[in-house]
Design a protein around this ligand. Structure first.
Ligand SMILES: C[S@@+](CC[C@H](N)C(=O)[O-])C[C@H]1O[C@@H](n2cnc3c(N)ncnc32)[C@H](O)[C@@H]1O
Ligand SMILES: [Zn+2]
Length: 273
């Protein structure tokens, strides 16, 4: 399934290495993932979420607040792929693997998670080992330069992660599905209201997906009660607001012990033209 990030020939697994015919080789880490990010294109040391962000995300996700979303994404993927015997699914920008491992419950599916953060991908392998999953592979790679052959995947899933029209169209088979999950306008509004004087609603993203046709759009919302200061702060660290908030805003946030928040998601399904 993987292609060489240098010459784009197929990679073959030979012992603990992925190798192409031109002699480029990529070692499989002790945990089982592979780094296919070439330093010429990106700096894998600094790219994507750092170790603290990954830790906060994992600790928050493990509390289960977003489990309903993970189950919803799996249900939608299952329905969209029901006619395909052995679907190949790419979770692009998979983070620390929470949704990827949920997708692994799809029968006879092979799941490939990629993320530009080596810290995030290393944690995916921890999830895989904890859940004894055997149909997921993980690589450090960029969504803008996926290490997969043309027309090779049945679905690409992007949960709060970059969306790349041309690259996703390249790796998807004709008619393949792109599932994009993004925040709804009122997602975490109460959290923003606690921090900002003038909280704003999220604006819908325009991904310029001209290689796709829109197939379905589901708005999925529920209320979660965040019941500790730590959970509130871990969630805040997962959001883009974390780096844009003043000291005063952070102090207001740290004064909260619990809060009811709207968890609102837009799940868009597109079909590759
Ligand atoms: C908001 S997080 C979402 C992670 C995961 N899908 C989740 O919802 O838990 C965005 C993720 O995109 C990754 N990312 C950012 N730029 C990327 C790129 N160019 N290619 C692949 N992943 C990228 C980050 O490292 C991070 O893990
Ligand atoms: Zn090569």
């Amino acid at each position: 399934m993987y292609i060489c990030p240098v010459c784009r020939k197929k990679l073959n697994k030979i012992e603990n290495t992925w190798k192409c015919v031109n002699g480029h080789s990529f070692d499989i880490a002790r945990k089982g993932h592979v780094n296919l990010l070439t330093t010429a294109k990106h700096n894998p040391k600094t790219a994507g979420d750092n170790a603290d962000m990954v830790k906060a995300r994992t600790e928050f996700l493990d509390k289960g607040y977003y489990r309903p979303l993970a189950e919803k994404i799996r249900e939608i993927a299952s329905a969209e792929l029901q006619e395909i015997k052995n679907p190949i699914i790419i979770d692009s920008g998979c983070g620390e693997g929470f949704y990827t491992v949920e997708l692994s419950k799809l029968e006879k599916a092979d799941i490939y998670g990629i993320d530009i953060s080596k810290h995030a991908v290393a944690h995916c392998m921890t999830r895989v080992h904890q859940a004894s999953v055997n149909n997921c592979e993980f690589a450090v790679a960029s969504s803008f330069d996926l290490p997969f052959a043309n027309n090779s995947a049945d679905a690409v899933i992007s949960v709060f992660a970059p969306v790349c029209n041309d690259e996703y169209a390249r790796v998807l088979k004709k008619g393949g599905k792109l599932i994009v999950v993004s925040p709804s306008p009122r997602h975490l509004f109460e959290l923003k209201a606690a921090v900002y004087d003038k909280p704003y609603e999220n604006k819908p993203n325009d991904y310029h997906l001209d290689r796709f046709v829109g197939d379905n759009e589901i708005v999925f919302e529920y209320t979660a009660e965040l019941s500790s200061q730590k959970d509130i702060f871990d969630l805040f660290m997962m959001t883009p607001y974390f780096y844009k908030t003043s000291e005063e805003g952070i102090s207001r946030l740290k004064a909260l012990d619990s809060i009811n928040v709207n968890c609102g998601f837009v799940i868009q399904v597109y079909k590759r033209k």
